[in-house]
Design a protein. Structure first.
Length: 607
């Protein structure tokens, strides 16, 4: 039997016992059974009130319930005092259920951690004991304990807990696999690339802990509001009880005491205390189910208000994977011939541009005698005794090769010269992510007023990519400090702007910190970017930002609904209580009933 089951059973036994005593008292068995029933239902409330007073926290819902019900007992309203405690306990019960439901997604997220790792020698070890470079085996049905690269095997992997994607992924040798994923079909041999402290699961758990620890501005306001509000209404209730009796000596004290008791019960601020944090907690949980981790509820509130988004280019809007997008030979040279020469001279290079040319050629290369890398310019080599140059414009200018550079090329240009004669160029471009354009359009449909791209890449490349995905403004050739300055210019032009920046690189850390909301592409992002960011997207999908903003806005809408609803009902019934038009059952509805409705509203689906 789990602790939760035991606690629930004890609670139900207490409710049955209290109910039996109450109905026995109603049937006239013994009036003192009302006091016994009150003790069964209200003992924990009275204890909490005393405990709070000892800590110096006098004015809270337990204190108000205790004073109000003791006052009801004093004036002989025994049945009503018991009913108040019954309804308060029922409200607490359903509130606990609501909180439990909102925490379920966080509990599921925290359940990502594997209990053990299978080492290649057949033994098992705690994941925290496994070192970088160790070989582990992940069998079907097991969680991946640590981040690594697959050495052998091909399997279907469930990554839904990390990225919110329900469809299993096929993973095979050479691919990176993250801790927290679940192997579904076949044994995988994995080389560990990150220790437990730096694994994806550990980072997620740290983000969740961080989220629980940080309060939003609205939550802080409600806390401060309650500290002022509760003493005021308590003093008001005392004045309501004594002032009329002093002004009207012949008035009946019982009536004013009853009004003060009702006033106290209605004024309890527990509806706001519960519903506002619960709404934010539920919102953070909803975002986590989508694969979007929010470090604190304050960031969820800010995300709901953003009107400007600045994007990094590489790894955010584009894939960060290069491919040949144009082959431009001069007259008399074929495209295949130009590509073959480029592939031959680039065959021994590990540069991403070289790899993209070799991949585009797709055939074994031969005939290369020797190559020499010229730093910052390109390669010089010989093929069948003929000098070949492959690189940027500076390389050709250094060797006095006559050519007309393509200044408008949207990508990295590799110029080729053979025997001192220019024979053409190849353009290699970063691939735009499939969902980038649709995501940016969806963001504009959500009401985002301005979109900006800030990148360290060449200006013409940045402008070309921005145009293709419909980003309003683009700035290129920016250093990390330049990105911060660009963000400052946005604020200078519009001091009220709420700006989010989304990026993935180490050079994005300063601007992620400066923005109102910094968003890191979590799964592929650098540690520095994730550390600096307020929100981490666990996939490289820009489109995840759209439902995250929608969730944040719906959360804030529900928070506002609850605040308005609670305050309107309470002030209305408080007014009635002052004029003697609300009885003690009205007070129960205005307190426990309103709290329950607000709590249920808080956990409504936000995605």
């Amino acid at each position: 039997m789990g602790k939760l089951d035991l606690a629930l059973k004890l609670r139900l036994i207490r409710y049955v016992l209290g109910g039996t005593l109450y109905f026995a008292a109603l049937l006239g068995v013994c009036p003192w059974l009302f006091i016994a029933a009150y003790g069964v239902f209200g003992a924990d409330i009275l204890f909490k009130a005393v405990k709070s007073i000892r800590r110096g926290q006098v004015f809270n819902e337990h204190f108000l319930m205790s004073i109000a019900t003791i006052g009801a007992l004093y004036i002989g309203l025994y049945s009503e005092a018991v009913l108040v405690m019954v309804f308060f306990q029922v409200g607490e019960f359903f509130q606990d259920m609501a909180v439990g439901r909102s925490r379920q997604s966080i509990r599921e997220l925290m359940d990502l951690k594997a209990e053990y790792a299978n080492l290649s020698d057949g033994s098992q070890a705690c994941p925290s004991k496994v070192q970088i470079g160790d070989i582990i085996l992940v069998r079907p049905g097991e969680k991946v304990p640590l981040d690594g690269v697959i050495l052998e095997g091909r399997a279907q992997v469930d990554a839904s807990s990390l990225i919110g994607e329900a469809v299993p992924r096929t993973m095979e040798a050479g691919q990176e696999i993250l801790s927290g994923m679940v192997n579904l079909t076949a044994v995988l041999k994995v080389k560990v690339t990150a220790d437990f402290e730096n694994s994806t699961v550990t980072k997620i758990m740290e983000l969740v802990d961080s989220a629980a620890a940080k309060k939003s501005k609205t939550e802080r306001f409600i806390t401060q509001f309650s500290k002022v509000y509760t003493p005021i209404v308590t003093i008001s209730a005392l004045l309501l009880m004594f002032i009329p009796m002093l002004i009207f000596p012949g008035s009946y004290p019982h009536d004013w005491i009853l009004r003060a008791i009702v006033f106290l019960m209605i004024s309890c601020p527990c509806a706001l205390h519960l519903s506002v944090p619960l709404s934010f907690f539920s919102g953070v949980g909803a975002a986590s189910r989508m694969g979007v981790l929010v470090k604190g509820t304050t960031h969820l509130q800010t995300l709901a208000n953003i009107d400007t988004i600045a994007f990094d280019k590489t790894g955010t809007v584009t894939c960060g994977v290069f491919q040949v997008t144009k082959i431009a030979p001069i007259e008399g040279v074929t495209g295949d011939e130009l590509l073959k020469i480029a592939a031959q001279i680039e065959s021994n290079s590990n540069h991403p541009i070289a790899k993209s040319i070799i991949k585009e050629y797709g055939k074994p290369v031969s005939g290369l005698i020797k190559t020499e890398e010229i730093a910052g310019k390109g390669l010089r080599g010989e093929i069948d005794g003929v000098q070949i140059l492959a690189g940027n414009a500076k390389l050709l200018e250094t060797h006095d090769v006559d050519f007309a550079p393509d200044e408008s090329a949207a990508g990295s240009v590799v110029h080729i010269a053979r025997g001192g004669v220019y024979i053409g160029h190849i353009i290699i471009s970063d691939i735009i992510k499939e969902d980038s354009k649709e995501a940016i359009q969806a963001l504009k449909d959500l009401g985002i007023k301005k979109t900006v791209m800030l990148s360290g890449d060449r200006a013409c490349v940045v402008e070309s990519v921005a145009k293709k995905v419909d980003i309003d403004h683009a700035l290129g050739e920016l250093l990390p400090a330049d990105k911060v300055y660009a963000l400052e210019e946005i604020y200078a032009k519009n001091p009220n702007a709420k700006v989010a920046f989304i990026g993935d690189g180490i050079n994005d850390a300063p601007v992620l910190t400066r923005a109102d909301v910094g968003i890191a592409m979590g799964a592929i992002g650098s540690d520095a970017a994730i550390e600096a960011a307020d929100i981490a997207i666990m996939t490289d999908e820009l489109s995840k930002l759209v439902p995250a903003i929608h969730t944040a806005r719906k959360t804030m809408k529900i928070v506002r609904q609850n605040i308005i609803f609670v305050m309107l009902v309470k002030f209305a019934v408080l007014t009635l209580a002052v004029f003697g038009m609300a009885n003690i059952l009205w007070a129960v509805v205005a307190d426990s009933g309103v709290t329950l409705i607000a709590a249920l509203n808080s956990i409504r689906k936000k995605s």
